[in-house]
Design a protein around this ligand. Sequence first.
Ligand code: SF4
Length: 301
Amino acid sequence: MATLHSITCKEALNRVSGKGPYQYDLNAYRGCEHRCVYCFARYSQNYLLPKGEGSFFEDVFIKENIVERLERRLRSRSWKGEIINLGGVTDSYQPIEATRKLMPDILRLLIRYKNPITLSTKSVLPLRDLDLFAELSRLTFVGLDASVTTTDPNLARILEPGAPSPAARLAMLGEFVRHTNASVGVHSMPVIPYITDSDPQLTQLMLATREIGAHYWLPGTLNLRGTATRSAFFRCVGQHFPHAKQPLSVLYADGSLDRDYKVQLYKRIQALSLLHGVSTDYRCQLRQWQEKNRYDQLSLY
Ligand code: SF4
């Protein structure tokens, strides 16, 4: 059980750049009890902890005034209704959310302002708020994704010891497919060389995506640039996957993934996704929503 800390924030939203479809993110918490061995957000709250003390997994900070700060932003004249990503450096539905319940109030606000969102989680707790997601998805764009890096529950217990089983995460997505208008996807990030990257493993993820009726499957590669992430990850590899330690250290010799491996991986992914009829186009539903919005705007004139 993590140590909990109450904090306040000046702003609810952070401007972000990058390839994602959103321009802002909101992190109701700092720290995360899902304890994924490859988590690259570990460094992100060093400034909140005394030097050398505490950790991203053991100290969870709760932004007590997040709802009030979000409302102030959403009602300001300068706010143009951009897409907000709920999470980014933490999981909005990590275990503490079960009792602190910040997300329902955040979702009610987003419903009131009809504000589009994206959210990716390793939890099944979004099911508690299914009605709120369903309501928001009838008003605007909602992208709801679960991160599932393997369908093997034993492997998942090693890689993501604090998260529910992959089967439970997939079942949750199935409920969102059936009961909301959300764009629903499976994020397999990261695909870990020599551990979760074989053709049968990737195929299992694609078949699971297809079976629940999700709109897309989005893989991503492992990022080992932070020193803390790299050393924790290799400790886990040494303990549980000794066969992969040496080849992984070659692939990540300079901190980023070897280019040739990456090219080959994406070639395999493309071939397998074509073979199994699984889309990797995570923007498809978003484009449809944007086109519909444009059409609605034009019809007003
Ligand atoms: S769920 Fe995300 S933020 Fe939480 S430990 Fe895992 S990778 Fe890190």
